[in-house]
Design a protein around this ligand. Sequence first.
Ligand SMILES: C[S@@+](CC[C@H](N)C(=O)[O-])C[C@H]1O[C@@H](n2cnc3c(N)ncnc32)[C@H](O)[C@@H]1O
Length: 204
Amino acid sequence: MRLLYRLLEHPRVYEAFQRLLAPGAGQALARELGEIKREVTGGSLALDVGCGPHSHLWQVGLRPIGVDISVDYTHAFAQQGARSVVASADALPFRDASVDSAWTIGLLHHLPDADARQAVQEMVRSTRPGGDVVVFDGLLPDSIWRNPYVWLQRKLDRGRYMRSRGVLESLLTSQATWRFRRVSYSLVGHEGLICVLRKAGSTA
Ligand SMILES: C[S@@+](CC[C@H](N)C(=O)[O-])C[C@H]1O[C@@H](n2cnc3c(N)ncnc32)[C@H](O)[C@@H]1O
């Protein structure tokens, strides 16, 4: 398993595996994220936290700054003409209220609870009042029998913290009002949760 995880650090291997293990996920996610983008307020300065080698947000017309802990992934991201920064999600190198929106797609299951909570707080902190924070993560099926293929794949994921919906929701800042949408996003039944927060305060 360790060898496989090492191979996945290579951007091309990572992308090929994504296509193989979750067929149709790219298009389905783009559709879902496109709908969310229509709901969120304007402004083009966006973050993609835990961006990997490419951003799903490119498919919905956003040009986010990519943030990732992996030097190889941020390098691959930048080679495609986009700005990227090597940083950890729990200590974002951006000033308070300095971006219009902060998105994260498939990051939280790589982080233990305390770091995941801190990462979400960092996204909220970096977003301007009236801007939006969008969190998407995969969900562990409620039982192995619901979808044995996806259950097993989730259990073997590099990210050791794949969560049920209830646990994922519990990581989000409790004082804030999040909107949730559970989505099925691959041809083999991967499910995920989209969580959207409009940050309180004036947009002026
Ligand atoms: C499952 S991948 C998702 C990548 C991309 N968002 C996508 O949907 O294809 C998780 C990403 O989170 C990054 N990551 C893991 N821990 C991180 C951390 N503490 N801070 C920032 N990025 C992190 C990994 O390097 C990896 O690129």
